[in-house]
Design a protein around this ligand. Structure first.
Ligand SMILES: N=NNCCOCCOc1ccc(-c2cn(C[C@@H]3NC[C@@H](O)[C@H]3O)nn2)cc1
Length: 448
C-alpha cells in the first residue's frame, strides 16, 4: 500500500465548459456561437447532437453546486459563454448574461468553492466568424473588450483566470484537422488563428494588469507527450513536432517572445508563416502567473510523409485505451510537466485530466472502476511531480459531469456524475465517491 499525501493548500477541483453543459442556447439574451452553427450542420457532430439543452446547467447550476459541495472540492473551473455577455461579439453588452454569471459565482463563493474562470472555451460569437473569426485581427480587440467587461464585473469575486482553453484545438484541430468549429482544413488559417489568439491573450493580460484586478491570470494549453517509435532522426523529429505544436508553439511566444524555430522552419518550408505585425511578439509576451495543463494521454510517433501537417503518425502500441480510444499512459503527465520546466518553475494547475468511460447506470449505480484506475494512476504522477519540487498547485478532474463532448456529441462520457440526457437526472458514479475520499483526506491510497 502507498499513501500519497498532498500539500495543505493543494486545490482539488473539477472542470466544465459553458457550451458543453449550459444549454439555454437561445435564452437570457445569448447570441449564437460557432459551436451552435457547427453542431447544427449535418455530419459535423455524432448523431446530430448539439448544445441546445446539454446538461441544462443554465437552469440547474444550484443542483450542480450541491453536487460540488457533496464532492467536497474547493475549486471549480468553468468557462464564460462570450455570446451571453456580448451577443454579437464586440457590440452591446447583455446585462442578463452578466447577471446569470453573478448569480452562479455568488452561489459558488457561498459554498466555499473557489471560482477558476476560463474566458474562452471555443464558443466564439458567430457574428465574429461571419467576418473571418480568429483569422481576422478584429477578433483580437473584440476579445480584449469582452475580457475587460468580465474583469471589471468580477474583480473581487473571481481570483483565478485563464484567457484561452487549449489553443492547439482552437487553431489546429479546428482549422487543419477540421473536426472542431469552424471545421477548416487550411494550415495558413491555423497559423493566423494561433497568432491572433496569442496576441489577444497578451493584450488581455495587459488589460488585466492595467485594471489592477485582484487575482492571477494565465492560459491553458492542452499538452501532448510523445516518444519516437525508433531511434531514427525521422521518428524523433515527428515526436518533437507533435510535442511542440501543442505547447511550445504557444508557450515560447509567451515566455520567450518568439516562435519555436524548429517548428517555425517546418511550417515555413511549405510557405506557411504566422502573420506577425509590428509589436505583436511584445504584446504576446506579457508575464503570466500560472498555466493550466490539460493532459489525457501520450503517444508513440513515427515519421510518415503522408501523416498530415506534421508528417507524423501515432502508432497503436496495444495499450489499454479509454472508450474514446486514447491510450492510458500516466507517465506522460510526469514527463511533460518536467519538459515544461524549461519555462521556469512556473505555477501549474492540472486544469483537465480524466477518462472517457461510457459505463451506464445499472440498479442506480455506475460502477466505473476503469475511471477510478485512470484517476489513481494520474494523481500518483502528480504526487511525483510535487516531490520533485515543481510548483504544481492543483488538480481539476475533467469533468464534474457527463456533457457535450464536441464532435463526439453525448456518446462520450467523461463525468464523475452520470447525466441522463432525457431526464437530465444526475447520478454520482463510484468514481465520484472515490474522488470525494481523496479530496476529503487530501491523500490518496493505492493498494496491491
Ligand atoms: N493530432 N492529430 N489528430 C488526428 C485526428 O484527430 C482527430 C481528433 O483529434 C482530437 C484531439 C484532441 C481532442 C480533445 C478532446 N479533449 C477533451 C476536451 N478538452 C477540453 C474540454 O472541452 C474537453 O471536452 N481534449 N482533446 C479531440 C479530438
Amino acid at each position: 500500500m502507498t499513501i500519497f499525501q498532498f500539500p495543505n493548500d493543494f486545490k482539488w477541483g473539477t472542470a466544465t465548459a459553458a457550451y458543453q453543459i449550459e444549454g439555454a442556447a437561445k435564452e437570457g439574451g445569448r447570441g449564437p456561437s460557432i459551436w451552435d452553427t457547427f453542431s447544427h450542420t449535418p455530419g459535423r457532430v455524432y448523431n446530430g447532437d448539439n448544445g441546445d439543452v446539454a446538461c441544462d446547467s443554465y437552469h440547474r447550476y444550484e443542483e450542480d453546486i450541491e453536487l460540488m459541495k457533496e464532492l467536497g472540492i474547493n475549486t471549480y473551473r468553468f468557462s464564460i459563454s462570450w455570446p451571453r455577455i456580448i451577443p454579437d461579439g464586440d457590440g452591446e453588452i447583455n446585462r442578463e448574461g452578466l447577471d446569470y454569471y453573478h448569480r452562479f459565482v455568488d452561489k459558488l463563493l457561498e459554498a466555499g468553492i473557489e471560482p477558476f474562470c476560463t474566458l474562452y472555451h471555443w464558443d466564439l460569437p458567430q457574428a465574429l466568424q461571419d467576418v473571418g473569426g480568429w483569422e481576422n485581427r478584429r477578433s483580437i480587440d473584440a476579445f480584449v473588450k469582452f475580457s475587460e467587461v468580465m474583469y471589471r464585473e468580477f474583480d473581487g469575486k473571481i481570483k483565478y483566470w485563464l484567457t484561452f482553453n487549449e489553443p492547439w484545438c482552437i487553431a489546429f484541430l479546428s482549422n487543419v484537422i477540421g473536426v472542431h468549429a469552424p471545421g477548416k482544413q487550411d494550415l495558413q488559417a491555423a497559423l493566423d488563428v494561433a497568432h491572433h489568439v496569442l496576441v489577444a491573450h497578451g493584450k488581455s493580460v495587459s488589460k488585466f494588469r492595467e485594471l489592477g484586478v485582484d487575482g492571477k491570470i494565465g492560459i491553458a494549453p492542452n499538452v501532448a507527450w510523445a516518444v519516437p517509435y525508433s531511434k531514427s532522426e525521422e521518428d524523433k523529429g515527428a515526436a518533437d513536432r507533435n510535442i511542440q505544436v501543442y505547447s511550445d508553439w504557444f508557450l515560447d511566444p509567451i515566455y520567450k517572445g518568439s516562435y519555436p524555430k524548429p517548428l517555425y522552419d517546418w511550417f515555413e518550408q511549405s510557405g506557411h508563416v504566422p502573420p506577425i505585425q509590428e509589436g505583436d511578439m511584445e504584446a504576446i509576451a506579457q508575464p503570466i502567473d500560472h498555466i493550466g495543463i490539460n493532459y489525457y494521454s501520450m503517444s508513440v510517433n513515427k515519421f510518415n510523409p503522408n501523416g498530415g501537417y506534421l508528417q507524423m503518425e501515432e502508432v497503436d502500441m496495444g495499450l489499454t485505451k479509454t472508450d474514446i480510444g486514447w491510450p492510458v499512459e500516466s507517465r506522460g503527465l510526469y514527463d511533460v510537466i518536467h519538459y515544461l520546466q524549461k519555462y521556469g518553475n512556473i505555477d501549474i494547475y492540472i486544469t483537465e485530466n480524466g477518462a472517457c468511460i461510457n459505463d451506464d447506470v445499472v440498479n442506480g449505480k455506475v460502477n466505473d472502476t476503469r475511471r477510478i484506475s485512470y484517476l489513481q494512476q494520474h494523481i500518483a504522477q502528480i504526487h511525483r511531480v510535487i516531490a520533485d519540487g515543481i510548483n504544481l498547485k492543483g488538480y481539476m478532474a475533467w469533468s464534474l459531469m457527463d456533457n457535450f463532448e464536441w464532435a463526439e456529441g453525448y456518446r462520450m462520457r467523461f463525468g464523475l456524475v452520470h447525466v441522463d440526457y432525457r431526464s437530465l437526472k444526475r447520478t454520482p458514479k463510484e468514481s465520484f465517491y472515490w474522488y470525494q475520499n481523496v479530496v476529503k483526506n487530501n491523500w490518496m491510497e493505492t493498494r496491491k
